[in-house]
Every structure is written in C-alpha cells, then in structure tokens.
Design a protein around this ligand. Sequence first.
Ligand SMILES: Nc1ncnc2c1ncn2[C@@H]1O[C@H](COP(=O)(O)OP(=O)(O)OP(=O)(O)O)[C@@H](O)[C@H]1O
Length: 358
Amino acid sequence: MPLTLSPASVLDVLRPVEDPELRRSLVELNMIRNVEIQAGTVRFTLVLTTPSCPLREFIVDDCKKAVFALPGVADVQVDVTAETPQQKSLPDRTGIPGVKNIIAVSSGKGGVGKSTVAVNIAVALAEAGSAVGMIDADIYGPNVPTMLGLQNAIIEVRKTPQGDVLEPPSNYGVKMVSMGFLIDPDQPVVWRGPMLNGIIRQFLYQADWGELDYLIVDLPPGTGDAQLTLAQAVPMAGVVIVTTPQTVALQDARRGLKMFQNLGVHVLGVVENMSYFIPPDLPDRRYDIFGSQGGERMAQELNLPLLGCVPLELNVREGGDAGLPIVLNYPDSASAQALRHIAQQVAAKVSIAALIGI
Ligand SMILES: Nc1ncnc2c1ncn2[C@@H]1O[C@H](COP(=O)(O)OP(=O)(O)OP(=O)(O)O)[C@@H](O)[C@H]1O
C-alpha cells in the first residue's frame, strides 16, 4: 500500500535510520520528536545526545533523504537540539546532583599538555552549547585558572545551614574551581598531598555546580592520591589519557591505563599532544619531530581509541599563557581543529557509554 504523508508515516520511514555511533534506530532512541506537516513541508526535532555530536550533518542528511522518499514532500526542516544523557551510576559511589557526566583528564608525566587539552576540551564543549564545569586538581601545577583567564578570580563562599557552598567563577561558559585558589604557591609540594583528598571532595560536593552536562577534572600527572580519591568518590563517565609520542611517555601512559582499569574507570582513549611541529611562519608545513604515526601505534599497543593528535604550535602556548584557549582564539588553526575533534569524540563516547554501555 502506498504510504501517505502523516506524522506516523514520517516516523515509519525514519525508523530504519540509525545513529551511526549508537547503531540504533533514531526513532527507537526517541531522538525524533514533534513531527509536524504543513502543506508539503515536514518539520521535526532531532534530539542528539550531545551538542558536540561529530556526525550532526550526516544524521540530518540521512533523515532528510528518508523523508523525501514519501510522496508529496516538498521540503524537510530539521530542528536540531541535544539532550546529554546521564552517565551510569555506581552503587558504591556518590554522584553529584545535577552533574551528568564526570570526565577526568590524566597523564603519566607532567608537562605533556594535559591541562591545555583539558581546558580546550571544556571550552569546545561549552562553545557547542553544553553546560560545562572544570575542577583543576593538579596540586603540582594548577594552571587552569591562567589558561581560562581566571587567574584573578576568587571563589566566593556562601554560608548555608548545610555548610559552606563554593561559588565557582566562570569564563568562556566554563565554571571552574582550582587548587590554585587554595594553595600558597610558595608552599612545598610535599605539604599539599595530605590536603588533597579533602579538597577534591569539597570541590566535588560543596561547589554550586548547578546543572552540568560535563564536569572535566584536570588531574595531577602520575598515578597518585588524586586519581584514587576521584575514582573512589564519584562515578566517572571516563578518563582521557594525554601523552606525547616519546617512548617514555608511552610507558607512563600504560601505567596510568592499568591504574584506571583497576579502579573500574572506563578509559575513553588517548590524546597525543605535541605530535608534530607547525612553524608559526610556515603554517602549511609540518615537521614530524618524533616520527610519524606514533599516536596510532601507541593507541594500538594500548588497545585504546586514538581520540586525536594535537600539533605543537606556538599559538597554543601563547594562548594558554594569555588565558585565550586556542579553540576560541584561533579556531581554524590545526591545533584548534584537532582539539575540537577530540572534544566531539569524547562527548560521543560518553553518550554511547551512558546509553548502551561500553
Ligand atoms: N600542542 C601544544 N603546542 C604548543 N605548546 C603546548 C602544547 N600543549 C601544551 N603546550 C604548552 O606546554 C606547557 C605545558 O602544558 P600543560 O601545562 O598543559 O601541561 P601539563 O601536562 O598539564 O603539565 P603539568 O601537569 O606538569 O602542569 C604549557 O606552556 C603549554 O602552553
């Protein structure tokens, strides 16, 4: 029987269209809503699982193609919106009310660009439309405030009958609290360790985060107390491991991977930072200082997805020092494109894990 144009027939032709990553029907996932037909124009809402969906255009095209197959369709209008799913809860961990997904960024050793990657992921997710927060838990180098242009900000403390509530300052749409606000930079690092557990818990449970799609935690490098505290306190959507292509970093990354696996934390993938060098005066040139495809080999060896490779670019460092994240400051640069792609990959993997498991 030939199909007639109705909301039901629109849903019928859309039923075989799948989310390419979730590999499930958009209709069955309740991602198609509010189907309306006026004259020959079909209009509906496509509810993605993250505003950073890397395949947005592709999915819209697939939907349009399917609907145009119906008789009498003159135009198809798709309103795209997003509802980020909530990560799975764990019986022995206490989630943060209103915070949907907690994502840690970790590295085996210092100076590999972990904070740079974490800040740019946070800013890219916020720019795409998500509600984002950040915890800078790096006691050794709490440089997230500087990178977000918040080095002069203060955390307001509100007294409530339930105790003190921290008010995170925000910039570029990212709310943030940092160890840097609490520790004296002249204090020896060895004295900071014992404070760590309490401060991380305070940041998690006593900050006024409001409603967040993603809370990104910049961890100190290595496999220490902060990683343990975080993983044992809250359920986590996953962790991103940042590394550089040198072998020593690979060994460290492997150690980090083992630790998170032992703690039951899903490792979302590896980011290779400083993968290759782009000279500032010759932005079309690329020098593979550490050899090519190191990132891919590394991901294969660790049996993890490679989320992306970020080049070594002067603008990344300068933007970090000036509080101007490269994804906003030079959005078309190779680094910004790589970091945006990484943010999209992270968001997509978190949604997949929340909706259909890992
Ligand atoms: N892709 C890049 N291109 C150029 N400079 C970079 C890049 N990534 C990071 N940097 C610079 O390298 C330095 C170290 O980066 P960052 O502070 O992000 O590293 P980290 O791993 O968080 O270090 P630590 O944990 O020791 O604080 C910073 O000056 C930063 O601006």
